[in-house]
Design a protein around this ligand. Structure first.
Ligand SMILES: C[S@@+](CC[C@H](N)C(=O)[O-])C[C@H]1O[C@@H](n2cnc3c(N)ncnc32)[C@H](O)[C@@H]1O
Length: 266
């Protein structure tokens, strides 16, 4: 993808540096990593991270001993990933491979290789039609492999405008399926049930789903200043969010959800 067609070129700094440095970003990394470890096979296993951005979700897995292939179309995002790889210890760095391709061509880009886990976090919402990408995710998973998707929660669309006191928008948002997201670009939302059905149609049986964050997200929209430098508070908040993300009714109100499925034996 060259600079002219790379829609993520302008967002790379904002997403990779700013969003992940916030309390919300750190909580997301912590919560999703723990959720993933509940379902991933033991190391060493092969992980493909489709639309992996700067590697915030998959580099922690490489640190934990997984062999990670990060597939990403955006040159700018890959640049961010390379910068971050430089900061990894040598033995971890050796476990990370970068591939430039869009997710709709993932299978071809990895030469038909299949993986023990295929991640696709925060990507399908940016696509008008998720099906072609879902096809590829499910094909790239080995028999018995895990598919892990993070998507916007269509059942919680009124939360953000309400917390921002945009009441007219909030009223309309109850039935909305898209919004201008926090990065300032349009983003589509899905439901756990619909996405689970699309996975099942492709031979991947839904295993479990979680919320990601709730309280730190809501506090942020309500105007609270959360300090990512306060390690004690951050750790305490992350542990609360981890519990909320696995329980009803809290997980249902998270503005994003994390759905995991397992591919059948063939
Ligand atoms: C919000 S970022 C998420 C990055 C990473 N998955 C994470 O959770 O940190 C969205 C990413 O999707 C990538 N992307 C956009 N369209 C894509 C496509 N068709 N196939 C694969 N990745 C895509 C963007 O380049 C960007 O890196």
């Amino acid at each position: 993808m060259d600079e002219d067609t790379d829609t993520w070129a302008d967002l790379a700094d904002q997403f990779a540096d700013d969003a992940y440095a916030s309390v919300k970003g750190r909580v997301r990394t912590y919560v999703m990593h723990r959720q993933l470890l509940e379902h991933l096979p033991a190391t060493p296993a092969q992980v493909l991270d489709v639309g992996g951005g700067a590697g915030h979700q998959s580099f922690p897995l490489a640190r934990a001993g997984y062999e990670v292939t990060l597939l990403e179309p955006s040159q700018s995002m890959l640049g961010k990933a390379r910068e971050r790889i430089e900061r990894l210890p040598e033995e971890v760095r050796r476990r990370v491979t970068l591939v430039q391709a869009d997710g709709e061509h993932a299978q071809e880009a990895v030469n038909g290789r299949q993986f023990d886990a295929v991640l696709c976090h925060g990507v399908i919402g940016y696509l008008e039609q998720p099906e072609p990408l879902l096809d590829q995710l499910c094909r790239c998973a080995a028999p018995g492999g895990v598919v892990s998707i993070l998507a916007g929660n269509a059942d919680a669309m009124a939360v953000r405008p309400a917390l921002e006191q945009r009441w007219e928008d909030a009223l309309e948002a109850f039935d909305a399926r898209s919004e201008i997201g926090v990065l300032g670009v349009p983003v589509r939302a899905d439901t756990v049930e619909e996405l689970g059905g699309l996975l099942r149609d492709r031979g991947v049986e839904p295993l479990e789903w979680y919320g990601v964050w709730l309280f730190v997200d809501w506090l942020g929209f309500g105007g609270a200043e959360l300090d990512p430098g306060d390690a004690k508070q951050l750790e305490a908040a992350a542990r609360v969010e981890f519990e909320a993300a696995r329980r009803d009714p809290y997980r249902r109100l998270s503005r994003v959800f994390h759905l995991l499925g397992r591919k059948g034996p063939s």
